[in-house]
Ligand binder design. Sequence first.
Ligand code: FEO
Length: 399
Amino acid sequence: MQNSVLIEKDLYYVGGSDRRIPLFESAYPVPRGVSYNSYLLLDEKTALFDTVDKSVSEVFFENVESVLGGRNLDYLVIHHMEPDHSASFEGIVSRYPNVKVVVNQKIAAMLKNFFSCDLPELIIVKDGDTLSFGKHTHRFVFAPMVHWPEVMLSFDETTGTLFSADAFGTFGALSGSLFADEVEFEKEFLDDARRYYFNIVGKYGVQVQNVLKKAATLPIKTVCPLHGPVWRKDFSWFLNKYDIWSKYEPEEKGVAVYFASIYGHTGNAAEILATALAENGVPVKTYDTSFTHYSELLSEAFRYSHVVFAAPTYNNGIFVSMEQFLNELVSHNYQNRAFALIENGSWAPQANKLMREKLASLKGMREIGEGVTMLSSVKEDSKEKLYRLAKDIALDLTK
Ligand code: FEO
C-alpha cells in the first residue's frame, strides 16, 4: 500500500526505507536500515526526481501511481546513476512509456551501460541549465564525484528546494518522521551521517567543497537528499558539519585510541594510555580494530583531532586488522591529524616503523612523541612511557 508524504505544496516524498539490508553497498553495516528517497512534483507537468533501490520498489511504484492520481508522468530527472537510486528506472519506463528522461551526458552514457531496454526520449542538460515544469523551474548544478562523476543536483528556483543527490544524506531508515526537525537529528542520526559521509564521499573533500561554494550562492529553504531526513529548518547546522568534514578538519578535540591485540597485551597498553588520557581530562574513545567495523573506525578517526595506533608486530608486519584499518585511512585521504604510536613485539618489534611509513604518505600528519615499544607485555618502564605519552598528548590538545 502506498505510503507517501506531502513535503510542501506540489511536492511529495515517494521513496521507502529498507530495514532488512545487512550491508549497504555490500560493505557498510546498517543496523538501522537505510532510506531510498524519491520525490514527485505535481506541476503543469509532473516530474519524478530519481527512482529507488529494488528493495523498496513495490511501495515506490504504488506511491508514484497514487500521488499522480491518474495523471501521466511527464519527466523523470536522474541526478545520480548508482543503482540504489536508478534500479527502478526500467519499472518507471515500462509503466510510463512516454516519460521524458532528464539527464546529463555522463548519465546518458551510464543509462545505456546499465540498462538494455529501449530508452525513452532523453533531455540532455548542461551545468547551469534550467527546465520549467510549469510554475516550478529547476536549475541543474553539476557535482562530479559527489559521489560518482555523473552526479548533478537540481534547485527549484520557485520554492528554494535543493535536490542534493547523495550529499547531505545519512544511513538510517526513516522512522515515520520525514523531516530532520521532527527527530533529534544530532542524537539519532549524526553518527550515521558522519559514517555515511566519510565512507561514501569522504575521499572527495575538494569536490564537496566545490558544491558547498555553489550551494552558498543559492537561497536554499529545503534540502531533499537521496537518503535520510529532509531539511527545512536549521540546515546551516548540518551544512557547517559538511564544511568541517570536507576540509578534513577535526570536528572535536579529543583522542581516538585504536588497538589491535592478539592475546590482550597490546590492548592492555592502549587501555592504560586511555585511562591516563581521561585522568588528564582528555575526551577519549577506545576501539579494538578487530571487533569494530572499519566504517566506524574511519568516521571516528575523522571526528577527532588526535589518534593513537597500537599494534603488535605480526609476520614481520603490522597485525592484520590494524594494517587493514590504516589502508582504509590512506584510501580515504585521511589527513591533518596528530598521532602517536604504540607497538608490541616479542622478539623483533616492527609495527611502529611500518605504521609510521603508512602515515607518512598522508598530508599534514604530525607525530607526538617517538612511539612506545613494549616487548610482549606492559612492564613498569613501558607503563611510564605510556603515562608520559598521555601527558604529551594532553598538552598538545591545549595548543
Ligand atoms: Fe546513494 Fe551514490 O548512491
